[in-house]
Ligand binder design. Structure first.
Ligand code: BEZ
Length: 239
């Protein structure tokens, strides 16, 4: 793994939002990859797991296989990482495909000595001395880390939230807006912090947004339509 010098602080690198994910050479269930060549140019979900042929991990693999069409529609590719051999990961992917009825088509990185997991902050000694935790990174097409999720060993991830965050990030980039809490596709979006009212008028049109408070400005649906098809406003209470 090729970590930039600024990423090494003695304790290894812990991926943070905004970092460019470092390049690495890896063995996967679909052959060797050079990560940047594989990931650049598409949105990527990279997730770590503590091990093949284990219960929670199997359900997570099945969940990601089940949403393959949803990920394709969003232009998103998936790659996993676990501390197992390529042979074991391959056999496990086949078994999960048979058991749950959805083919696991994405590659799994084999990291039997844990070198990649340690270098990427995927191990948490208080959760397990050696196994990777359930870490999920969303990388944009420029290889920049845009989202980091961490789950403990005994709690599996939810694919709904992964899809929601992918939609939110893509909407944020498409319209240059801010995305409210609990947003779902079809909900209103916000004028981002740092934009003055005059700047908001220029970007979204006068009358294209309204202020619920000075600090909370909501885009009107017509603006969304004009700048690319965003959505109607969820009505806030009026006081
Ligand atoms: C699981 O998938 O259930 C699991 C795997 C490794 C350690 C703990 C839990």
């Amino acid at each position: 793994m090729r970590l930039p010098p600024g990423y090494c602080n003695g304790a290894g690198w812990v991926p943070r939002i905004g970092d460019i994910f470092p390049d690495l050479d890896a063995r996967t269930t679909q052959g060797p990859i050079r990560f940047h060549d594989w990931a650049e140019g598409r949105w990527t979900v990279l997730f770590s797991q503590p091990g093949a042929f284990t219960p929670v991990c199997s359900t997570e693999l099945a969940g990601l296989a089940e949403i393959a069409a949803d990920l394709d529609r969003r232009g998103v590719q998936v790659i996993g990482l676990a501390p197992d051999t390529v042979a074991d990961l391959t056999a496990w992917c086949v078994d999960v495909s048979v058991m749950f009825g959805n083919p696991v088509r994405f590659p799994m990185i084999s990291d039997p000595d844990g070198a990649i997991a340690r270098a990427c902050g995927m191990t948490h000694p208080k959760e397990s001395p050696d196994l990777p935790i359930r870490k999920t990174l969303i990388l944009d097409p420029a290889l920049r880390v845009r989202m980091v999720f961490e789950y403990p060993l005994r709690v599996g991830r939810g694919t709904d939230e992964i899809l929601r965050v992918l939609d939110a990030l893509q909407e944020r980039d498409r319209l240059d807006v801010a995305i409210p809490g609990d947003w779902q596709p079809g909900d209103p979006v916000l004028v981002p912090v740092g934009l003055s009212d005059d700047e908001a008028d220029i970007r979204f049109g006068a009358g294209g947004w309204r202020a619920l408070r000075r600090y909370l400005r909501v885009l009107a649906p017509a603006i969304g339509d004009r700048v690319g098809g965003t959505v109607a406003l969820r009505q806030p209470c009026t006081h």
